[in-house]
Every structure is written in structure tokens, then in C-alpha cells.
Design a protein around this ligand. Structure first.
Ligand SMILES: C[S@@+](CC[C@H](N)C(=O)[O-])C[C@H]1O[C@@H](n2cnc3c(N)ncnc32)[C@H](O)[C@@H]1O
Length: 237
């Protein structure tokens, strides 16, 4: 029977790490000394680079295959669920958070939005996300939409819970990241909770939310379950 598949994060980064890891081990074997003009390079030090890249590759794969499920549970356990909530998962990818949240709901609804960047997650598409929704048996509680975090179509105060994992750093411009934070602040209901986890810019998001008038609390990353380490920011309105 087909199992849900939540994809491998940052596949191009993993590919590059594998290339550097293999080069780091092979170069010293075949070319221990490289002569460039008058300079001789001793390549044995590359072994260390190869080892470092190899370890990072394995760690990143372990996160994608196992750690992200533990990380999802840690995030979902930060919320006091009633079951009736309206939930938004920003940058849902293959539906990891939207589907996990849906399993906490009775009459509530979980909406996942994404623009499905292929370089951020393997086989990233709405069709594959909908496959996971069906395989997890939550199709009556989940809706998946094509939408950009920078400009949300939802009305002010629409969601009790907003979750976003490893998404906002993919917005490369700080001004646009601020727009995305403001959009989260806008569509979150008064009394609602947002939980944002990311490996970069977490303090910038914290400032953005505080400037928007929201209360924030920062939790450290778990190095056992996440790589790159993913701190968690809890925001209340
Ligand atoms: C590394 S994946 C993480 C997916 C999912 N949250 C998870 O934890 O498995 C990042 C996701 O953010 C999405 N994304 C990037 N920029 C976005 C934007 N501006 N608006 C919505 N989604 C975005 C990508 O398409 C990708 O699916």
C-alpha cells in the first residue's frame, strides 16, 4: 500500500554536499599533491571537508525522513487544541503541517498554501500534496491552495492557528519577509496562535511580529530531530 511521502527538503543543497563529500575523499586518493604554477597544494586536508559534508548530508536526510515528523509533533503540541479551529499552514509543501493539524480537528478546517518551488522540496506539487491528504484520510478537513505567503487572499482575523515550517527563508528579500509576517499578523484572529519554525532569520521574524504588536516567545532548536537546527517562534495576538 502507498505511504504518505513528505519529501526531501532542499534537494539541491543535499546534492552539492554529496558532490563535495565525494570530491573531499577522492581528490586526496588520486591527486595527493596538486601543482598550480609554483604552488604545491597538499589535498589531504580535503578529507576533513569530505567528512564534514558527508555528516551534514546524512543529518539533513535523517531530518527529512524521520526528524520532521518529530518536529511537527513538537510544534503541534505547543497548541491547546479544541478541534474546532481554522488552521493555516504557510508553505505546506507536501502537507506535513496541514495534515498533522487536521488530525487534531473535529469540526475545524486546515488550509495549506504553497507556490510549490521544486528546489525547496522533492516532487513538490499540489497533486502530490493532495495524494498525501487522501492517504492520511483527512480529505474532509483539508483544503490546499496555490497562494503566496507575501500576499494572502484571506480576510483579516480568519485563523485561530497559523503554522509555517521552513518556508519564510525562501523569500529572499527582507522587505517581502516582513510583508509575509504582517500578513500572518493580519489573518490571525485575536486570541489566536501562530507557530513559525525556520533555520534562518528567526530573530528578524520576532522583531517583525513585535513591531506588528504581537507577543512572541522563542524556543531553541532540537539538535536531535532537526538539521539544519530549527528554532521555533510562538506568536500570540
Ligand atoms: C522546505 S519546504 C517545507 C515544506 C513543509 N512546510 C515541510 O515542513 O515539509 C518549503 C516550502 O515553502 C514553499 N514556499 C517558498 N516560498 C513561498 C512563498 N512565498 N509562499 C508560499 N510558499 C512558499 C516552497 O514551495 C516549499 O514547499
Amino acid at each position: 500500500m502507498k505511504k504518505p511521502n513528505y519529501g526531501i527538503d532542499a534537494p539541491e543543497v543535499i546534492r552539492n554536499l554529496i558532490i563535495f563529500s565525494v570530491l573531499g575523499f577522492l581528490l586526496p586518493q588520486f591527486f595527493p599533491l596538486i601543482k598550480i604554477g609554483p604552488v604545491n597544494f597538499d589535498t589531504r586536508g580535503f578529507n576533513l571537508m569530505g567528512l564534514g559534508c558527508g555528516v551534514m548530508t546524512v543529518w539533513m536526510l535523517l531530518y527529512s525522513l524521520y526528524g520532521k515528523l518529530k518536529h511537527r509533533d513538537r510544534i503541534l503540541n505547543m497548541i491547546n487544541w479544541k478541534g474546532t479551529e481554522m488552521v493555516l499552514d504557510i508553505g505546506t509543501g507536501r502537507g506535513l503541517m496541514a495534515i498533522g493539524a487536521a488530525k487534531k480537528l473535529t469540526t475545524g478546517k486546515s488550509i495549506g498554501i504553497d507556490i510549490w518551488n521544486m528546489e525547496d522540496l522533492t516532487q513538490n506539487s499540489m497533486a502530490n500534496t493532495l495524494d498525501n491528504v487522501i492517504l492520511e484520510g483527512v480529505e474532509n478537513k483539508v483544503e490546499i491552495k496555490n497562494e503566496n505567503a507575501i500576499n494572502l487572499s484571506f480576510a483579516d482575523n480568519s485563523f485561530d492557528i497559523i503554522i509555517s515550517n521552513l518556508c519564510l527563508h525562501n523569500i529572499y528579500n527582507a522587505g517581502d519577509r516582513k510583508k509575509a509576517c504582517n500578513e500572518i499578523g493580519r489573518v490571525l484572529k485575536k486570541g489566536g496562535t501562530a507557530v513559525i519554525s525556520d533555520f534562518r532569520h528567526i530573530k528578524e521574524y520576532k522583531n517583525n511580529f513585535e513591531q506588528y504588536g504581537l507577543h512572541t516567545e522563542l524556543f531553541p532548536a532540537s539538535y536531535f530531530t532537526t538539521f539544519p537546527p530549527l528554532p521555533i517562534l510562538k506568536i500570540t495576538k
